[in-house]
Design a protein. Structure first.
Length: 98
């Protein structure tokens, strides 16, 4: 018999893959838009989505690998995973602001 925690972990893994797939899809679409009409705004949008995709991937890996690490190590790993997200959102902000 399969316990509820195993099913929940599997569901969470599927949701992480969906989020990563959606972020990659947005990255590809923004890159295609930039290639079709090169502009500084679209370049910042593409870079923002690329960093967001990287942040999602890193955060997912850190969550899986950091489970057995010490508290301080997990904090440093999570801070490293948050950095690409900060950069990505900053780039998106620049693309919308300019």
């Amino acid at each position: 018999m399969v316990d509820a925690a195993t099913v929940a972990r599997g569901g969470l893994l599927v949701m992480r893959f969906v989020v990563f797939g959606l972020s990659l899809g947005l990255t590809v679409i923004s890159f295609q838009a930039y290639r079709k009409r090169p502009s500084e705004r679209l370049q910042y949008a593409f870079l923002g989505f690329a960093f967001l995709s990287m942040g999602v991937a890193i955060s997912s890996v850190i969550t899986q690998l950091g489970a057995g690490a010490s508290e301080l190590t997990r904090i440093f790993l999570q801070a490293g995973g948050a950095l690409p997200l900060i950069i990505g959102f900053s780039m998106l902000y620049l693309s919308l602001y300019r």
